[in-house]
Ligand binder design. Structure first.
Ligand SMILES: [Zn+2]
Length: 206
């Protein structure tokens, strides 16, 4: 049930006062540096919660998969309750809490149709069927995102493993992880949760 945004709204004051107490009681310059490093991401998020919503650059695509234009748009920021209302419990836990669906359980690992995969939370274009390949893992796998601007990659140390988590640039939905054992031409394997994606079939050609 972790929403950095909500957490931030509720706890910012407490954290600020904790920080003051810590700074006041610590004679160690090193301590202050460590604290600063730890606090940095939260400070960035604090900006978003005070009304100045962060803007991000993404590339728009038509449902037919045609690259349209690069745009700068405000991030999609919703409260935990709003995401819960919009998403089913399973989709919520995967996209907003970085859960993982069971292998071979999702809708798209065996989908061979041509089309576009959008973010299930905000409809940002994520992947094209043109880069989808058979990884044998039971999760839909791609060797590249549809546009590098549309996804963010973050070091993930959950479960004692160092992995690279992939999320939607526009709404921070957790999509899956990227590994370096993929096929040519990139050698990358974007191992995604079906639940994080919505497939839009390409229109039939005449
Ligand atoms: Zn999204």
């Amino acid at each position: 049930m972790f929403d950095p945004q909500l957490e931030n709204d509720h706890n910012e004051e407490a954290r600020v006062s904790r920080r003051r107490i810590f700074l006041a009681s610590s004679a160690s310059a090193l301590g202050a540096v460590l604290l600063w490093s730890w606090r940095k991401p939260w400070s960035l998020e604090a900006k978003a919660s005070t009304g100045a919503v962060e803007k991000v650059t993404i590339v728009e695509f038509s449902d037919a998969g045609q690259r349209l234009k690069t745009v700068q748009v405000p991030k999609v920021v919703k409260t935990d309750d709003e995401w819960r209302k919009q998403l089913s419990p399973g989709v919520y836990s995967i996209t907003r809490q970085a859960d993982t669906e069971y292998a071979f359980s999702g809708e798209y690992w065996d989908n061979h149709e041509k089309g576009l995969y959008r973010c299930v939370c905000c409809a940002n274009a994520m992947f094209s069927s043109e880069t989808k390949f058979e990884s044998g893992t039971g999760w839909p796998s791609f060797w590249a995102p549809i546009a590098k601007e549309n996804v963010r990659e973050l070091r993930d140390t959950a479960f004692g493993e160092v992995r690279t988590a992939v999320s939607c640039t526009l709404c921070d939905a957790h999509l899956g992880h990227v590994f370096d054992d993929g096929p040519d031409p990139t050698g990358l394997r974007y191992c995604m949760n079906s639940a994080s994606l919505e497939f839009i079939a390409a229109p039939a050609k005449n």
